[in-house]
Structure formats: structure tokens, C-alpha cells
Design a protein around this ligand. Structure first.
Ligand code: CTP
Ligand code: CA
Length: 232
């Protein structure tokens, strides 16, 4: 390999990164959201660009700005993220699903602001499932026989009395069918909004996971290296 190829292992590759947390509207002024800061996704987009890739960021709500010089599509809801991700995936070699996609959305969005009323019961919010975008990308690829060479999922897991985090991640990797799964270990005040993180990378192809701790930028570098290795 030439020096340039060694430093830029993703040269000529098109990489789509989804990042941030979706917001599901309840009415014109309120939404259901989550604590995703978008930092990990932005770090991944930056690391992929530094590795030579042409990067497209599909960004839901983020506390941080998208990286300079990276094509960015802003979205709000899971359904919007789904359309943007499926569209971008058509011209991508790699899709990295780092976004925190809401599993559920309100069944109905009020057209006007929900008001307190003394003559009626307090509202009850009914939720419906959002589509699983990662699973859908994998299914579209196998149905059409074309699409991104590599689809990468994320899992934020907390261990509990019924299982350890790696076992949950293995189950998720099997269920999702993606090529790589990046496990983030989360606790009540770990990871979300923080600058450091512990990640493990699991391969659909099997083998021992790679685990490391560091800043989100260092983790992004390791993940991009694993992506390049998997493509090679
Ligand atoms: N994901 C997705 N579409 C959804 C939910 C999740 O594409 N509707 C993606 C995330 O971007 C992530 C991966 O699936 O890459 C795993 O998300 P996670 O929330 O950990 O998995 P779920 O299948 O939603 O399982 P859980 O019940 O543990 O939340
Ligand atoms: Ca989920």
C-alpha cells in the first residue's frame, strides 16, 4: 500500500452517518425527545472525512454543530430520518447508524397547542412504533442485491440482572443483521453528552469483539479503522 492509502483508508468511499436524537411532535410546541448529543456521530463524520471518505451526515437534533465541509441533511422525526437515510444509502458504500432514533412516536400530533382544561380529563399520550431503519436498510440490501457494502449499527446498553452488555449486543447484532455493531456502555450519567466513552465493536462474521475506552474522537477513529478493515 502507498503512504496515501495507508493514511486515507476510505479514499473514494462514500460514507453516510446518521447522528443526533429524533424529536417526535406532540403539538406545535412540544415533542418527545432523547438525550443524544450528536457528538459521537459528528466525531464519526469527521473521522471518516479525515480518512478520505466523501461523507454525508443525516442529522437529527444535535447539541453540537455539524463538521465544516460535510454535506448535512437536517431532519426532525424518525420518519424523516428514515427517508433521508434510505435515499442517501442508495449512493453509499458505508452507512453508520449512530442516530438515537425514537422507538415510538405519538399516535396523533395535535394541530394546535394542547391546553389544560378544568372541564375535561388530563390527556393520555398513545404511542405507536416507528419503523426500524437499520433493519430496513439491511432488508433493502438483501432484497435488491445492491446497496452499501457495509451497514453499521450502534447499541447503547446498560447491563441488568438478566444479562451482561456484551450478550445484549450479540443478540442485537443477530436481530438487526448489520455487518458491524458498535456497543456503547451506558449508565445513568455515562456517555450521553460526555466526552469519553467505552465501546466494543462486534462483527456479524464473528470473532472476539474489539473493546477500547477514550474520547469520542478516539473512539470514532477506532470505529473508522474497523470500517476500513472490514471493507478491505
Ligand atoms: N435504530 C433504527 N431505527 C429505530 C431504532 C433504532 O435504525 N427505529 C438503530 C439505531 O440507530 C442503532 C440501532 O438501531 O444503530 C440500535 O438501536 P437501539 O435503540 O439500541 O436498538 P432497538 O432495536 O431499538 O432496541 P431497544 O429496545 O434496546 O431500544
Ligand atoms: Ca431503541
Amino acid at each position: 500500500r502507498s503512504a496515501a492509502a495507508a493514511n486515507m483508508p476510505l479514499l473514494g468511499k462514500r460514507v453516510v452517518v446518521t447522528a443526533g436524537g429524533t424529536r417526535e411532535p406532540l403539538d406545535p410546541v412540544r415533542y418527545l425527545g432523547n438525550r443524544s448529543s450528536g457528538k459521537q456521530g459528528v466525531a464519526l463524520a469527521r473521522a471518516a472525512a479525515a480518512a478520505g471518505a466523501e461523507v454525508e451526515l443525516v442529522a437529527a437534533h444535535m447539541d453540537v454543530a455539524p463538521p465544516e465541509g460535510v454535506k448535512t441533511t437536517r431532519v426532525e422525526t424518525a420518519l424523516q430520518l428514515r427517508s433521508a437515510a434510505i435515499d442517501a444509502a442508495e449512493r453509499a458504500d458505508v452507512v453508520i447508524m449512530a442516530a438515537a432514533v425514537a422507538d415510538f412516536r405519538p399516535a396523533e400530533t395535535a394541530e394546535t397547542k394542547i391546553k389544560k382544561r378544568d372541564d375535561a380529563a388530563d390527556p393520555v399520550i398513545t404511542l405507536v412504533r416507528n419503523p426500524d431503519i437499520l433493519q430496513e436498510l439491511v432488508r433493502l440490501r438483501s432484497d435488491s442485491g445492491q446497496g452499501p457494502a457495509l451497514i453499521v449499527g450502534f447499541a447503547a446498553e446498560t447491563g441488568d440482572s438478566r444479562g451482561d452488555v456484551l450478550e445484549y449486543a450479540r443478540q442485537k447484532l443477530r436481530r438487526k443483521g448489520c455487518d458491524l455493531l458498535v456497543l456503547n456502555q451506558v449508565g445513568r450519567d455515562l456517555v450521553f453528552g460526555q466526552d469519553s466513552t467505552t465501546v466494543s465493536i462486534l462483527r456479524q462474521a464473528g470473532g472476539e469483539p474489539r473493546t477500547f475506552s477514550g474520547t469520542k474522537d478516539e473512539a470514532a477513529g477506532m470505529i473508522i479503522t474497523a470500517v476500513a478493515d472490514e471493507l478491505a
